[in-house]
Write a protein of this length. Structure first.
Length: 185
């Protein structure tokens, strides 16, 4: 997906030369309306083809608008209710988040601890994070939270990290089936 924009920029350059060789109506001409040239094509057929193309594009656009789903990520990646609660409760500071919640945090404008752009964080940092999130790695979680001055968490309810923070003195202020929020004591 990240390379799609570059593909969209390069594709017209790739097809710009071969298309005029294949289709005569794309060749340079002094005629201001080459599609309506009576010698090469019939204006009625060209007009009907253009109208049919506009009609089909309009129908497809209308279908898309009516039938498309909401532009919202799946609930298991979007802790919307938890973040709404955090904003209303004025929770501030740096967050220690579940990896899968990173994209939604970016969407909401909240700086993440980690997210899907792991290349930006570096291999060593990503390995430390994933190692600390493992079952029984509570001391490494505490070290990360202290080293990065974490003041609150946004984790999955049944994750090892959420259970560790619950038992290590952090106060759980919000919980639902998608996410829990804990604040440093």
């Amino acid at each position: 997906m990240r390379g799609l924009a570059i593909f969209a920029l390069v594709l017209p350059l790739m097809v710009a030369h071969p298309l005029p060789q294949q289709f005569a109506f794309l060749r340079p001409s002094v005629d201001p309306f080459p599609l309506f040239n009576r010698r090469r094509s019939r204006p009625l057929v060209t007009t009907m083809a253009l109208l049919a193309s506009v009609l089909v594009a309009g129908l497809l656009g209308t279908d898309y608008k009516i039938l498309r789903s909401d532009d919202a990520p799946p609930n298991h990646f979007a802790p919307a209710a938890a973040l709404d609660y955090a904003m209303n409760a004025n929770v501030s500071g740096l967050v220690f988040n579940d990896y899968d919640f990173g994209g939604y945090l970016i969407f909401r404008g909240i700086p993440t601890f980690i997210d899907g752009r792991t290349l930006l964080f570096g291999k060593e940092f990503a390995l430390k994070y994933h190692d600390a999130m493992a079952l029984g790695a509570g001391d490494r979680l505490d070290q990360l939270a202290d080293a990065y001055k974490i003041s609150w968490t946004l984790l999955r309810p049944k994750s090892a990290a959420a259970l560790h923070f619950d038992h290590s003195g952090w106060r759980r202020i919000y919980a639902d089936d998608v996410a829990v929020i804990q604040v440093r004591p």
